[in-house]
Design a protein around this ligand. Structure first.
Ligand code: FDA
Length: 394
């Protein structure tokens, strides 16, 4: 049996941050990851440029059964702390939109930064390594048995194996399995920040709009996001749809304003009064991409001059522009989801340290916990903040 202070399962964003902090405190730390490369999600994030944090990160940007749980960690290790780390490594970055910070060059810069910091802190990283069993040790701490049969004792065991999204690059439900083994409750999980899909009939009809994108406000009950929306062959995507997917549930409707800047009825009515010979489609195409304007006009049976169109019909048409109601059938699921909603119930954990209340010495950080950020760098910030907090005490 070999001994270590800390074993961290998962060499992603949260696990590496925790490892750096614990290593800097002089703890002996081993990170175990079954993937052959560390931090694969950082690599593919932000279109290869990693949206590593958000200038405006605050608790309101997170979804959890306990909305207050993330407050402490986000306060103790802020976006500005992470930006300072990035700056120390001379990594160029820029704000794209809405406070979202991206690397100027490549997400590999963030991975290299974390690995360099791990190296400096004396952290050992074991890749391509699977775990066979985990047991609580009689003398306290945990015994981790690897697939090769070797046994490791650690005082602190940190579970940082993320959520279920993108199984192709190594996501598993192992973190939830460990939580259940030690009697911790799990908030049911579902794919989030994910494109929504239509039923086959709607798909056949709206599929012709694939490739069209608009600036939209997408609402679900009281939650609304104004960002891009993209029609796809299977349904809807784009940032506004990914955001609302974290709130939408099966059989529910979302409302889409396809032109938030303009009141469509007012514009249609004015056009009707001023130049009645114009085609309805021509007027609508001043508010929407041409193909979308043509589709909506035809669907309403209004392929005619606007002067020959009653106000009631124009009002209905305008409704589909400013308040289009659509009920998606489902989502693309974990195959393409950016995150997993739900996870280890925060009531089971200390918000200061991320330690389990039931199983001393067992910690959960990052996406495996029931804290899910909006799109825009918030999920990485949660990984950094929760990993940092655990790293101060493990
Ligand atoms: P993460 O998933 O990063 O790491 C978990 C690690 O555990 C992995 O290395 C995995 O191999 C390992 N593991 C899993 N099961 C294991 C097992 N059984 N044994 C051993 N190891 C195991 N967020 C953001 O803020 N900005 C962005 O730009 C993006 N972009 C983005 C794009 C795409 C395509 C996706 C899928 C996701 C994003 N995200 C994002 C979300 C972000 O990537 C995510 O929230 C964090 O990576 C979560 O960090 P964790 O360290 O918790 O898990």
């Amino acid at each position: 049996m070999k001994n270590l202070d800390v074993i961290i399962i998962g060499g992603g964003a949260a696990g590496l941050m925790c490892a750096i902090e614990a290593g800097k405190r002089g703890r002996s730390v081993m990170v175990i990851d079954h993937a052959s490369k560390p931090a694969e999600k950082i690599r593919i994030s932000g279109g290869g440029r990693c949206n590593f944090t958000n200038l405006h990160a605050r608790p309101e940007n997170y979804i959890s059964q306990n909305k207050r749980f993330c407050v402490s960690a986000l306060k103790r290790y802020t976006q500005h702390d992470f930006i300072a780390l990035v700056d120390r490594h001379n990594i160029g970055w820029h704000e794209k939109t809405l406070g979202q910070l991206f690397c100027d060059e490549s997400s590999f810069q963030i991975i290299d930064m974390l690995l360099d910091e791990c190296d400096d802190a004396g952290v050992e990283i074991r890749l391509g390594t699977s775990i066979r069993t985990i047991e609580a040790a009689q003398r306290g701490g945990y015994v981790v048995t690897l697939q090769n049969g070797s046994n490791w004792h650690c005082q602190s065991l940190v579970v940082a194996c993320g959520g279920l999204s993108i199984p192709k690059i190594g996501a598993t439900g192992f973190g939830y399995q460990i939580a259940r083994q030690f009697g911790l409750e799990i908030v049911p999980t579902r794919a989030a920040l994910v494109p929504l899909t239509f039923d086959p009939d709607t798909r056949a009809d709206l599929g012709q709009l694939a490739g069209i994108s608009v600036d939209a406000v997408v609402s679900h009950q009281k939650t609304r996001f104004r960002e891009g929306l993209l029609f796809t062959h299977r349904g809807l995507s784009g940032p506004s749809i990914l955001q609302i997917s974290s709130y939408w549930r099966e059989a529910e409707t979302i409302s889409v304003n396809l032109n938030p800047e303009q009141d469509a009825f007012t514009l249609l009515k004015t056009a009707k009064d001023e130049s009645p010979k114009q085609a309805v489609h021509t007027v609508l195409s001043r508010m929407l991409p041409n193909r979308l304007a043509q589709y909506i006009t035809t669907r309403h049976g209004l392929d005619r001059p606007i002067g020959e169109t009653g106000d009631k019909a124009l009002r209905k048409l305008a409704g589909d522009v400013n308040q289009w109601q659509i009920a998606p059938q489902g989502s693309e699921g974990y195959r393409t989801a950016e995150v997993t909603l739900g996870g280890v119930d925060t009531r089971e954990l200390s918000s200061q340290t991320m330690e389990s209340k039931k199983a001393p010495g067992l910690y959960f950080i990052g996406e495996v916990v029931d804290v899910t950020g909006h799109l825009g760098g918030f999920n990485f910030q949660w990984a950094w903040s929760s990993g940092w907090c655990a790293g101060q005490v493990v």
